[in-house]
Design a protein around this ligand. Structure first.
Ligand code: AMP
Ligand code: MG
Length: 427
């Protein structure tokens, strides 16, 4: 049985829902969430971004044989004498995919192509371009260009038969998919995809296609959240904009809890919010309402909503477009990864020098939108994108990462190093 919110809270020292340190949110959510249990087998091409359900043990070694890393000549490395050239007679050719079968006597060598199996007993390859012709079927290796064992790839140096090739919880990227293929494995067992329902709340929120109206804004959160969930590999159930009406909110929450593993909402959780969102969350589930010591994104609701014997984890995010993205990246994303069965990701943060002073009060975590670039001296430098208002979505587009000013940190001076959570990498 999963612990109640009260039990989780009781186990966290210094838990204060009215001033929750950002660092405690992750711990709380880790106790609230569990990986989905169901798994499925998928063909390798559909496995990209999916989470491996079991350790993958190598059924064979890669490479399967010792082979050459270069086009050149394979020979007995023990014949090398320091300071002297070596002359060898070429007695055959080993091609990639077609092994050379003969035996090689002292004073002899075999012409070999990259990837060709090393002829029996030979341990060294001299690259073609280092050798000189020395008459009929003879080469000379000048002194000092190779050492014994050079340019030979060992059997199993990439993957060894019987050993773990990938651990359970690995989120399969392009490299991992290639690695699985290198083992000759056509399909893998992965966790089922996480289903996440999303809706926006607020009477002032317009869906695309609706005409503009005074005091109303178009729903951008549905698109940022859709994008972030899709990048994570979740199945997104889009429940649209839900008006501030108890019956409509109840229907949306119950449908979401019935269909999805997690529910993400935006809006309606701030203090003094005159709407029914919070009341409905409280009525339908076990939900905590937090004020997190952070900026942007202070209010957030988390908990569980149950219906018809199943339950979904609720992430009630604030309404401001930047606050939605920041709280998603900081808290929801790691929690969803856990629910997906993924191993915790090492945080890939950069350290960069601040190109400007930043005012910061100790006692809360601040996320500033930053642009990291290489400075003239080759070091990494970061500056903020200007207007840091929590509704200014253009600042998220300009930024390539979030500058994270930690809970206890104070003002930042020009040249001080700061942590930056980068948005994207190439793999
Ligand atoms: P709230 O958290 O509901 O008080 O909303 C804070 C601010 O975010 C208000 O200015 C809202 O108009 C705006 N907002 C709320 N939801 C959305 C949304 N889905 N898309 C764009 N802006 C929103
Ligand atoms: Mg509102």
């Amino acid at each position: 049985m999963s612990p109640s919110l009260a039990e989780i809270a009781a186990g966290l020292q210094g838990y204060d829902p009215q001033a929750l340190p950002a660092g405690m949110v992750g711990e709380f959510l880790a106790r609230l969430t569990q990986p989905v249990a169901e798994t499925e087998a998928v063909p390798l091409r559909e496995a990209l971004g999916r989470v491996l359900a079991r350790d993958l043990i190598s059924p064979l070694s890669v490479p399967p044989h010792d082979n050459s890393a270069m086009d050149g000549y394979a020979f007995h490395g023990e014949a090398l004498v320091a300071g002297s050239p070596l002359q060898l007679q070429v007695v055959g050719t080993a091609l990639a995919g077609r092994a050379w079968q003969g035996t090689v006597a002292p004073g002899q060598c075999v012409k070999i192509m990259t990837g060709a199996i090393m002829p029996a007993g030979l341990d060294t390859v001299v690259p073609q371009e280092f050798t000189r012709g020395a008459g009929d079927d003879r080469i000379e290796i000048p002194a000092g260009v190779v050492a014994r064992g050079d340019n030979r790839r060992l059997a199993g140096e990439d993957l060894m038969q019987g050993r773990p090739a990938l651990p359970a919880g690995e989120r399969l990227g392009p490299a991992a998919c290639g690695l699985v293929a290198s083992l000759g494995i056509p399909q893998v067992e992965v966790r089922r995809r996480l289903r996440v329902a999303y809706f926006s709340t607020g009477d002032e929120i317009l869906s695309l296609g609706e005409p503009p109206r005074e005091g109303a804004v178009y729903d951008s959160n549905r698109y940022t959240v859709h994008g972030m969930l899709t990048r994570l590999g979740c199945e997104v159930v889009d429940l649209g904009v839900v008006r501030d009406d108890p019956a409509l909110l109840e229907a949306a929450f119950l449908r979401a809890a019935g269909e999805a593993d997690a529910i993400v909402t935006s809006g309606g959780v701030s203090v003094g919010e005159a709407d029914f969102t919070k009341a409905m969350m409280r009525q339908l589930g076990d939900v905590a309402f937090w004020k997190i010591a952070m900026r942007p994104g202070r209010p957030m609701a988390v908990g569980r909503i149950a219906t018809g014997g199943r339950q979904a984890v609720l992430f009630g995010l604030p309404g401001n477009p930047v606050a939605v993205m920041v709280t998603f990246l900081a808290f929801v994303r790691p929690a969803l990864l856990r629910m997906m069965g993924a191993r915790p990701e090492p945080e890939v943060w950069l350290r960069a020098r601040s190109a400007e002073p930043m005012r910061k009060k100790p006692g809360r975590t601040e996320y500033q939108r930053g642009v990291v670039r290489r400075a003239a001296d080759g070091g990494l430098e970061v500056r903020t994108t200007g207007n840091q208002g929590s509704g200014v979505l253009s600042s998220m587009v300009q930024a390539n990462g979030l500058i994270v000013l930690h809970h206890d940190q104070g003002h930042v001076a020009v040249g001080d190093e700061v942590d930056v959570m980068m948005f994207e990498g190439p793999l």
